[in-house]
Ligand binder design. Structure first.
Ligand code: SF4
Ligand code: SF4
Length: 462
């Protein structure tokens, strides 16, 4: 059976005994960490709302157009054929996140996760502005529907919906580009109903998350949060309560000779927690490392003239044994994997070609006899132009010891910017040079005098 102070293990703070939602009224934090996070959130929001407006060579700096399968990162266009580069980039990012978490815990969640930024730094601030502090929010929720409640609720509803609509528009801009969003706005809802309906669905999802779902997104939905148990170890730096210094906790009693720890059991760290937990129970899945409890406890420690940092960024080993940050085998192994992945990714990006060529022998045809003791094979060529300029193409046969030529069928191939072009061509080879039934041939792809690609294919003879 659980001990009284172990009861937290049997329940979660956001659900009542009856299984209903226990609404969290988090007290507004203040202090140096909250100020720093506010500055970070301003920068974050500035970047979020500015990026879709930045263009390079008339193309967005970033675009994640899943519908047209077009991705632009830092102005570089990635095609479906580059998907392995994209996938490797994602894998590298994930290993980076895992390594970062092993060493620095959930720093990402507290400082730059979009859910935390928008919930704590945008919507929660609007809520404090309209509904007031936590105590006022509780009173407002409990009061019957009177003029004050109707005005505040409708004001909050409108503000939350407007911000959700704005965020949804910017998300859309990341998908279809800001130019298209502005064009759709200009041309009106009726002309773009197919886009407007998903936009309203996205707006409603954002609204639902920030109006009602809130911390549940971190507790129930976020896979990263659920993985904390396997990523953190006693050397990971997390927001932690110094139980060595704080325990045994107790109210200040100047008449008692009992030797108490520094925690005065004021519960301020619990009152500010947006997920409703008591960090003094140790590292918990629900903790998003938002630092609000650090600020709350520092303010209390300052008031009672005790050293601050009773709750601080620290590892379990730091608190228990006084150890500094250690490089463990696990973090070293992740670092090596990360370095290898970064190396491969950089190499792939550096060697990525402007044009990608695929040559296939035409189906159902082996070879054709030609005058001058030559044989010919027919080929199809497909070219993907990943640049923003027209590329006229010429082909040359470049196999040592093989005499022959390439004759394009129809007009010379010219691939439009960011497009796929195709064509058909014959390769003529002197019979005397063909020693086997299937001969490997090299074809150089040129644009003017510049060689831009090389492909290998086979030539069939008798
Ligand atoms: S325990 Fe502290 S850091 Fe963790 S979520 Fe609560 S207030 Fe934030
Ligand atoms: S705010 Fe500090 S002193 Fe107050 S209960 Fe939390 S840990 Fe203890």
């Amino acid at each position: 059976m659980s001990q009284p102070n172990e009861l937290f293990r049997d329940s979660i703070s956001t659900i009542t005994k009856e299984g209903a939602r226990n609404w969290i009224f988090a007290k507004k934090p203040f202090g140096k960490f909250y100020n720093a996070r506010t500055v970070v959130s301003w920068l974050y929001l500035l970047v979020f709302f500015t990026l879709p407006c930045i263009k390079i060579h008339d193309e967005p700096l970033f675009l994640f157009n899943l519908l047209e399968r077009k991705f632009i990162l830092f102005g570089v266009i990635f095609w479906p054929q580059d998907f392995f580069v994209f996938a490797l980039g994602m894998l590298t990012f994930m290993v980076f996140i895992v390594l970062f978490t092993v060493v620095f815990g959930r720093l990402f969640c507290g400082w730059v996760c979009p859910q935390t930024i928008f919930m704590e730094m945008v919507f929660r601030k609007i809520e404090y502005l309209i509904d007031g502090e936590a105590e006022k929010q509780k009173r407002l929720k409990a009061m019957p529907w009177n003029t004050e409640k109707i005005l505040k609720r409708s004001g909050k509803f409108l503000a939350f919906f407007a911000v959700s609509f704005l965020i949804a528009n910017y998300f859309l801009a990341y998908i279809i580009g800001m130019d298209n969003v502005l064009l759709y706005v200009k041309e009106g809802i009726i002309a773009h109903l197919g886009t407007f309906i998903p936009l309203i669905i996205f707006t409603s999802v954002f609204f639902f998350v920030y109006w009602w779902f809130r911390e549940q997104a971190c507790l129930i939905v976020c896979p990263y949060g659920r993985l904390q148990g396997v990523m953190l170890d006693p050397n990971s730096i997390v927001v932690a309560y110094d139980h060595v210094r704080g325990e045994p906790r107790g109210k200040i009693d100047r008449h008692s000779a009992e030797n108490k720890g520094d925690c005065i059991d004021c519960f301020d760290c619990v009152r500010v927690c947006p997920t409703g937990i008591d960090i003094r129970n140790g590292t918990q899945l629900e903790c998003v490392n938002c630092t609000a409890c650090i600020d709350a406890c520092d303010a209390i420690m300052t008031k009672v003239h005790r050293p601050t940092a009773l709750i601080r960024y620290a590892s379990e080993n730091n608190i228990r044994k006084g150890e500094k940050l250690q490089i463990t085998f696990r973090s070293a192994a992740y670092s090596v994997v990360l370095l290898v992945l970064i190396g491969v990714l950089v190499t792939l990006l550096a060697t990525r070609k402007d044009i990608q060529t695929t040559v296939m022998r035409a189906q159902g045809m082996l070879y054709q006899e030609q005058p001058n003791n030559q044989l010919s094979n027919l080929y199809n060529i497909k070219l993907i132009n990943k640049t923003r300029k027209n590329i006229p193409i010429q082909l040359k046969l470049e196999t040592d010891g093989l005499h022959g030529e390439i004759k394009q069928v129809g007009n010379a191939v010219e691939v439009q910017p960011e497009s796929v072009g195709d064509g058909v061509f014959f390769v003529y080879v002197d019979k005397a040079d063909l020693k086997t039934r299937k001969t490997k041939i090299e074809i150089g792809v040129y644009s003017g005098v510049r060689k831009i690609d090389q492909v290998t294919t086979s030539f069939m003879s008798n």
